[in-house]
Design a protein around this ligand. Structure first.
Ligand SMILES: NC(=O)c1ccc[n+]([C@@H]2O[C@H](COP(=O)([O-])OP(=O)(O)OC[C@H]3O[C@@H](n4cnc5c(N)ncnc54)[C@H](OP(=O)(O)O)[C@@H]3O)[C@@H](O)[C@H]2O)c1
Length: 271
């Protein structure tokens, strides 16, 4: 799809709220939307501030640790104030993008760290969306959630992460159905391995082979908006893999996924 069509598709949003826009996919998405719709007002929520260079007033940063439920409530209130003051009268695009993983055998990862993954990837997504839903319902808009190809199979040595992505994938589809008679739609995007800070933050010692640039994921996100999709998987190979993952026997799939996941970190030590 060309830039004119993408630009037309995002013109309806006068306010864009992105979690985790300080790096990676979120940062790229903010830059792409600002380029396609220079009059949109954008709000980022993350612990650190995005480094994008925009004219004054385009990007507002609301700092917050979304793995802390009390901070989600606090940040949500601030976003509503920001929306009323700066968000224009058009539709709202909420992108639930912040996310982390914790790599390792479950028995070796501190429980608190595993619960943080759930709090950020699941609890905060549902909580923030619920806080902002009245505004979205009044003005119309889109709730886009960044899941993962990890959605479609168990992910040994990244067990909690994969399960959180299955949750948000199904949650987004069901929420979209609940909202079908309103002015709000939902989209869930499943990137495969992408070249961002994700792997380092999750405790991988390197990046898996075949990581793609964030631009490819951002294209899929924007195309999904333009084409009115409810969900999409980034890349043909990932689409095929996810298709087969859903049809293979679960025990076989889990074993093979485990071998693959361990390889990513320990190329010489595949158990
Ligand atoms: N990269 C991949 O291969 C891949 C594949 C599939 C799906 N995804 C998903 O894509 C999304 C974006 O990740 P990415 O790849 O762009 O990784 P990234 O570069 O590490 O970005 C993660 C973002 O999440 C924010 N974040 C982390 N902890 C947070 C917290 N406690 N509170 C608020 N924000 C927090 C970070 O901001 P601060 O550190 O400033 O708080 C950062 O902006 C995630 O949901 C991830 O699961 C990534």
């Amino acid at each position: 799809m060309n830039n004119d069509s993408l630009s037309r598709a995002v013109q309806k949003y006068t306010a864009v709220i992105v979690t985790g826009g300080s790096s990676g996919i979120g940062s790229g998405l903010i830059a792409a939307i600002a380029k396609l719709n220079p009059s949109a007002k954008i709000c980022n929520i993350s612990r650190s501030e995005p480094k994008n260079n925009f004219p004054d007033g385009v990007l507002t940063h609301i700092p917050g640790d979304l793995s802390q439920p009390s901070q989600v409530a606090d940040v949500g209130g601030k976003v509503i104030d920001w929306l009323k003051l700066n968000g224009g009268a058009g539709q709202v695009l909420l992108v639930n993008n912040s996310g982390v993983g914790a790599y390792g055998f479950a028995q070796d990862i501190p429980t608190d760290q595993q619960l943080t993954v759930i709090d950020l990837n699941v609890r905060a997504v549902v909580h923030l969306t619920q806080i902002l839903l009245p505004q979205l319902l009044e003005r119309g808009g889109t709730v886009m959630t960044i899941a993962s190809t990890a959605t479609f199979q168990p992910t040994p040595v990244l067990s909690v992460y994969g399960a959180t992505k299955s949750f948000v994938f199904n949650w987004s589809l069901a929420l979209g159905n609940d909202l079908k008679d309103t002015k709000v739609n939902t989209i869930v995007i499943c990137p495969g391995p992408t070249d961002t800070g994700f792997f380092e933050a999750a405790g991988f010692s390197g990046k898996p082979p075949g990581v793609v640039e964030t631009e490819q994921v951002i294209d899929v996100c924007l195309n999904a908006i333009a084409k009115g999709k409810k969900h999409d998987i980034c890349g043909t190979a990932n689409k095929l893999m996810c298709f087969f993952s859903q049809h293979l026997p679960r025990n076989f799939l889990t074993k093979e996924a485990g071998k693959l996941m361990r390889k990513i970190r320990h190329p010489d030590n595949v158990k």
